[in-house]
Design a protein around this ligand. Sequence first.
Ligand SMILES: [Fe+2]
Length: 352
Amino acid sequence: MRYLNIEKVNPGMILAKEVYDDDGRVLLSLNTKLTKEYITRLSIRGYQGVYIEDELSKGIQIEEVITIELRNKAAQAVKDGDIDSLKNIAKDIVGQLLDKDKSISLDIQDLRTYDNYTYKHSVNVAVISTIIGIYLSYDDESLWELCLAALMHDIGKTKIDPAIINKPARLTMSEYRLVQEHARYSYDILDENGLIPARTKQGVLHHHENEDGTGYPDRLVGDEIPPYAKIIHVADVYDALTSKRPYKKPYALSEAIEYLMGGSNVLFDRNAVEAFLEAVPVYAKGIEVTMTNGEKAIVVSNTSNPLRPIVRLIDSGVDIDLNNNKDYISVTIAPHTVVENDFTSVYEKFDG
Ligand SMILES: [Fe+2]
């Protein structure tokens, strides 16, 4: 299977992964032959792409890191603010991730719309944060505390006017200050619950602190920032940057990774970024890339060099191991065409 941006999907293509609606119901099932009408509807609903199966992508297998059922259940519990269910769900997420063999790789592109952004975002942040925790050799209990914090990090947004949270434009400074309050609100909600570990609450409260002290709510610096908060911060910004929103295009994974690397020790904790880089491929399986010699290809699998995966040429269907093929020694994957957002403004918008 391979991933195609919605603009590139044509009628007649076959779906390789189900598409779910905002309530977790199957909207289009596996093997659906796409029509013009389906594609238009997906596009209007805000899906950024789909997985398709075709001759070219034969043999490229992409696995979910947690089941779709668990993902949907988690998103629903976040939506409902159901803290008791989230405690069990965090246990299940940790369990499913630990069940994978040693090398968990986040290849899958999440299929989501604008409307379910907040809930799915929280689940993604939980999965990414837990994987970072696994790479940092956290024990089971710490992984659970971390996962729970990540699931609930933005739960306080429910106390802020949805018109501001969902505003499809840049926030004014006063709106931005209101949005910043969500970190404290999230903490307060968990504190009222009474049965949430202190480290989980601290992780939630400080998930927008920057290493250099420019974050909020308490402008903490470096080691003052609690460990779970440092991890959630990395996962949160990565997932926000790679999402499509009504007012911005998604960044390519490679661009978002560059942003995190550039912000290492300034905005983000270096260890958390390094653990993240082990788990998230620069070029995910099934995505289309253009190379510096002009050839277009699909990523088949990763190699020991994250920048040089095995790719399949679109014109010929031939697989090339960029890490070992002598003919391609001077060929690299071309930088993604930079989208028109600038990092500062996007970061500001997504900082909430
Ligand atoms: Fe947040």
